[in-house]
Ligand binder design. Structure first.
Ligand code: ADP
Ligand code: MG
Length: 321
């Protein structure tokens, strides 16, 4: 007997956060052709998963926004664009690339109900009193020599590569478009949102204004997942999951970790700030706020992770329904 396909209202909602390597792999220059080709790896899987789940996609924008920042330095004849505008640009460009690739992957699958795809420009509210603003720590964009950096109109820090612009990375407070995104998901749309962690904005009475900051895309994704009421949260990256003793000869990737253990290890700063730390924190936060499943997995194994056969599954201490 042929099993009846679920109507979209019966399907659980899955948020897949795509890491930087969904677009640019290590060692690549990141031409547009390469980025389109790389996207097929996760998106062919997302296309198949969309038969069983309603899907929200989020994504990073590090290299893309870095390139746009570099372009700002290349021409003195035009005004330099602020970071908020560049983040908005990357939401558009990457949204377009994901939409068109996903569309062709869905077409390949043929019959069945194909979800409509939509990219939502996303603002994310941050708190102007967030301590991150007093202590900007996130290096972004190109590296400069010490002399060139001294002439730049913004703060820089010394890094291994040279002097780089440094901005604050405040915590996401709320996703401005959460109601629109929730409604679109209810209507059966596959939504791409929160690109690059979202456009950081500060609320000023009845208006928002953009700020020079970047929000971690995994923390923004967890916020969105909680606010939209997602069932399954998959963080797709360039390693098979969370490892203990990462980078040492005895490194071991975990098939599962309890929220309790993850919190303990976060407290001991076992996972680095700019990479695995926010992912573990995002997974923990999602489950603590009532999410059902959170998995950190490789971009190559999104489907296997969804099936519970790959990645690091976070086990909540709560009684699970
Ligand atoms: P993404 O673009 O997917 O957000 P990141 O580079 O920010 O990717 O984070 C993934 C990286 O985290 C891996 O490539 C790995 O080098 C690093 N990492 C640091 N600590 C760990 C750990 N304990 N387990 C797994 N990966 C780790
Ligand atoms: Mg990252």
């Amino acid at each position: 007997m042929v099993e009846r396909r679920k109507t979209y209202k019966e399907k659980p909602v899955m948020l897949v956060a795509l890491g930087g390597n969904a677009l640019i792999r290590k060692g690549q220059k990141g031409s547009i052709e390469e980025q389109f080709r790389n996207l097929r790896v996760p998106l062919s899987q997302v296309a198949r998963l969309s038969r069983d789940y309603r899907i929200i996609l989020t994504h990073g924008n590090g290299p893309q926004v870095g390139n746009l920042l570099l372009q700002q330095e290349c021409c003195d004849a035009l005004p330099r664009l602020p970071l908020e505008i560049l983040v908005a640009q990357t939401q558009g460009q990457i949204g377009y690339m994901i939409e068109s690739t996903l569309d062709s992957e869905l077409m390949k699958l043929g019959n069945g109900t194909v979800p409509y795809i939509v990219t939502v420009l996303t603002y994310v509210v941050v708190d102007e009193n967030d301590p991150a603003f007093r202590n900007p720590s996130k290096p972004i964009g190109p590296a400069f020599s010490e002399e060139a950096a001294a002439r730049l109109p913004y703060r820089t820090v010394r890094t291994e590569k040279g002097y780089r612009r440094v901005v604050a990375s405040p915590r996401p407070v709320t996703i401005v478009e959460k109601r629109e995104i929730r409604r679109l998901v209810e209507l059966g749309f596959l939504v791409i949102s929160c690109g690059g962690g979202g456009i950081p904005v500060i609320r000023e009475s009845r208006t928002f204004h953009g700020v020079d900051a970047v929000i971690d895309k995994d923390l923004a994704s967890a916020r969105l997942a909680g606010e939209v009421g997602v069932d399954v949260f998959v963080i797709a990256t360039d390693v098979p999951g969370v490892a203990l003793n990462y980078g040492y000869p005895d490194q071991t990737f975990l098939r599962s970790i309890t929220v309790e253990e993850a919190v303990e290890r976060l407290k001991k700063h076992e996972f680095p700030d700019g990479s695995m730390g926010p992912k573990v924190e995002a997974a923990v936060q999602f489950l603590e706020e009532g999410g059902r499943r959170a998995v950190i997995a490789s971009i190559e194994e999104v489907e296997e992770a969804a099936a519970g056969r790959a990645g690091t599954e976070f086990i909540s201490g709560r009684v699970r329904g």
